[in-house]
Design a protein around this ligand. Structure first.
Ligand SMILES: C[S@@+](CC[C@H](N)C(=O)[O-])C[C@H]1O[C@@H](n2cnc3c(N)ncnc32)[C@H](O)[C@@H]1O
Length: 255
């Protein structure tokens, strides 16, 4: 079992579900995460056979460094439900999970991921409106948003005045990041600063965006990520942001 102070503000390179089981109940105030979307297990977008098809230029065509993102859909949903159940165990009675996912059209019908979130206490769905994109399918409009499920325990309250924000948030996707599917830092800063969370878990940490946002806001984090390449990326990113923070504070102290 981890002792939280031993892993505070660090990245654990391992499997999300297994590693979460190593934490005691109610270790975190908040979980913020974006799991793999199972994109390669998809009808008709070219991702499936790895060629990319019409999406040949998309960063995710090659999948993640050590995970192929291609499970049978029922297994994928079962896995994600287990991950959510662990996150529920790990947040405090006034905690919440911000779970980012993407709806998509499969076989001509909307797949709105209800198989994953059904039965969890979803209090609100925030729409993250992204910029641009291309739609090659003449059967539906260009999808321009992802969803963030706010799954809240009964005692969860937003930070003072955060309830004035609407539930449609517009942030362009992150372009300057070698990870194929990063969050924009500003999106995660919006989530974290809308809460009073002191310590935040991201079990699918990717390139460390949740860590960077937490640090920028003076909060603590723990990140879990299966790829050692992305763990290194996260460490380097966090070190860079702490270095620029030091430079800024040194400059301020010279004024
Ligand atoms: C959508 S990305 C997260 C990106 C992240 N939000 C960021 O800003 O960089 C999902 C991540 O989950 C990781 N992953 C896949 N399977 C995993 C597992 N079993 N345990 C932990 N991480 C996993 C992938 O390597 C990928 O980096």
């Amino acid at each position: 079992m981890y002792i939280i102070d031993d892993v505070r503000n660090s990245f654990i390179c391992g499997d999300a579900l297994q590693e979460m089981k190593n934490f005691p109940d109610e270790s975190f105030d908040l979980a913020v995460t974006s799991p793999p979307y199972n994109l390669k297990n998809s009808t008709g977008n070219g991702m499936k056979n790895g060629t990319g098809g019409k999406w040949a230029g998309a960063a995710l065509v090659n999948g993640y460094a050590t995970y192929d993102d291609n499970m049978p859909y029922d297994k994928y949903c079962e896995w994600q439900r287990e991950c959510l159940a662990e996150m529920m165990r790990l947040i405090k009675p006034d905690g919440a999970i911000f779970y980012n996912h993407k709806w998509r059209v499969q076989g001509g019908l909307i797949q709105d991921r209800r198989e994953i979130i059904s039965g969890f206490p979803v209090r609100q769905i925030i729409i993250w409106k992204r910029k641009g994109g291309i739609n090659f399918n003449p059967g539906y409009f260009l999808p321009t948003y992802e969803v963030i499920y706010m799954i809240a325990k009964p005692g969860f309250k937003l930070a003072d005045k955060a309830n004035r924000l609407g539930d449609v948030w517009e942030f362009p996707q992150e372009m300057k990041n070698k990870h194929p599917a990063p969050f924009p830092v500003a999106l995660i800063e919006r989530i974290i600063s809308s809460t009073n969370a002191k310590i935040i878990l991201d079990p699918f940490m990717g390139s460390g965006t949740t860590a960077v946002a937490a640090k920028n806001l003076g909060r603590d984090f723990v990140g879990i990520e299966i790829s050692s390449e992305y763990c290194e990326m996260s460490k380097e990113r966090l070190a860079l942001c702490q270095t620029s923070e030091n430079i800024q504070s040194q400059q301020l102290s010279l004024l």
